[in-house]
Design a binder for this molecule. Structure first.
Ligand code: ATP
Ligand code: MG
Length: 412
């Protein structure tokens, strides 16, 4: 028990974190190209934020939240997603009063009490982006474009973009009636959660993983769009074409969070994996209002980092590691060791990554170790070399070896 992390969580070990850092660096870089700046919000929020923001008939709020009372009696929840906290921060800090749009990105753990499966965990991580303050479909397309750039940059090929429009409160009212009429005769077959949703929020039933068979053939939101939503969706598609981003219109995309309006999209694996959605997002024009703020609309996505890694490995793509060892300093003898320690410190101050043995390995094994850790070069120092005021530098890949004078370490 003590040496076992809680179910659904995992450690990112030192041997794996290089890959995470690589992906994080890439994501930051791509967001920067779109003028997005990072936001970091707390790991927990008032529970009410998610109940209002994500929606009280969603799976996330009904079944998956890690909520608790703190010692001061406040009901708090570990964040299950990043958009509601970002919207809360947008309001609380008065960002809506500044020049718009407000573009931001985040990299965060999320917490959901879910049934553990491959690609589905209780603590997972997301890359996310948000653009607040504009209804323009250019923003929707830029959000999609960030995700597409990220997937392309890591070399993912077997993925497709599926888009839909889930309308606005005006057109949803009509769809809701049609959907209820369709579901009414099947009410008895719905799972108990969905029976509870029938009157409160029947569209949620379309997204229920247990009721997929029952909703086959149900009326689709896309056929009920009002003029404004319909022309927004048309324009969004035409901008995606301008951007040369291929997509498929999929009327079945509903998304699991209540705050979505108009645009909804997913990037899905074409390999038919069970948890094949790597990225999901859309527009949320009433979220800020819903949590008690002013009216600014918004659009964003969340991309699951563990899922991204799983899908990359399914495609046989190796994520490069950021960290690399420039030099392994290999020494033989006490004088050499002391010289090597001083040299290593000097090189590290210059920004080089340098390793030295601290396990008492002999000369041969220090070389083996240099190979194992992937050192680019070995600096070889013996007592004789110290006396002669020079040492050797060996390129571990080509085997080429040069002599460097102790006075001339600037070139390293
Ligand atoms: P799903 O339909 O797979 O449950 P969702 O609609 O709940 O996904 P979002 O809330 O939109 O997902 O989250 C965005 C992304 O975060 C997902 O596309 C997925 O890549 C990832 N994600 C969501 N839940 C989990 C989880 N429990 N474990 C790992 N990754 C997750
Ligand atoms: Mg889910």
């Amino acid at each position: 028990m003590l040496t076992q992390a809680p179910k659904g969580t995992s450690d990112i070990l030192p041997s794996q974190s290089g890959k995470w850092q690589y992906l994080e660096g890439l994501f930051r870089d791509i967001c920067g190209r779109y003028g997005m700046k990072e936001i970091r919000t707390p790991m927990f929020e008032h529970t009410e934020l998610f109940v209002r923001g994500v929606g009280d008939t969603t799976d996330v709020v009904e079944k998956q939240m890690y909520s608790f009372d703190d010692l001061g009696g406040r009901n708090l929840t570990l964040k299950p997603e990043g958009t509601s906290p970002a919207a809360r921060a947008f309001v609380q800090n008065g960002l809506f009063k500044e020049m718009q749009p407000t573009k931001m990105y985040y990299i965060t753990p999320c917490f959901r009490y879910e049934k553990m499966q491959k690609g589905r965990y209780r603590q997972f991580h997301q890359f996310g982006t948000e653009i607040f303050g504009t209804e323009s479909p250019v923003a929707d397309a830029e959000i999609v474009s960030v995700a597409a750039d990220m997937l392309e940059a890591v070399g993912m090929k077997e993925v497709e973009l599926r888009i839909n429009s889930v309308g606005c409160p005006v057109c949803r009212a009509k769809h809701r009636e049609a959907l209820k009429a369709f579901l009414e005769p099947k009410y008895g077959q719905l799972c108990s959660t969905c029976q509870g949703r029938f009157n409160k929020n029947p569209m949620r039933i379309l997204d229920c993983k247990d009721c997929q068979k029952i909703v086959e053939g149900a009326p689709m939101m896309i056929d009920y769009l009002c003029e404004e939503c319909s022309s927004h969706f048309e324009e969004f598609q035409s901008i995606l074409k301008d951007m040369d981003i291929p997509f498929i219109v999929d009327p079945g995309i509903v998304r699991g969070l209540d705050y979505y309006t108009k645009t909804a999209f997913e990037f899905v694996s074409t390999k038919g994996m069970a948890q094949g959605t790597v990225c999901g997002g859309g527009r949320y024009d009433h979220l800020v209002e819903q949590i008690g703020g002013p009216e600014p609309p918004g659009v964003g996505f969340g991309m699951g980092i563990e899922r991204l890694m799983l899908m990359l490995s399914e495609e046989g793509i190796e994520v490069p590691e950021e960290a690399s060892v420039d030099y392994m300093v290999i020494t033989m003898g006490d004088k050499a060791r002391s010289f090597g320690i001083a040299l290593a410190r000097k090189l590290r101050k210059k920004g080089r990554s340098v390793q030295m043995d601290m396990m008492g390995r002999n000369f041969k094994n220090q070389f083996k170790y240099a190979n194992r850790i992937g050192a680019k070069k070995a600096i070889i120092i013996g007592d004789d070399e110290v006396a002669a005021g020079a040492f050797s530098v060996k390129d571990m890949e080509t085997g080429e070896q040069i002599t460097v004078s102790a006075e001339d370490t600037e070139q390293l």
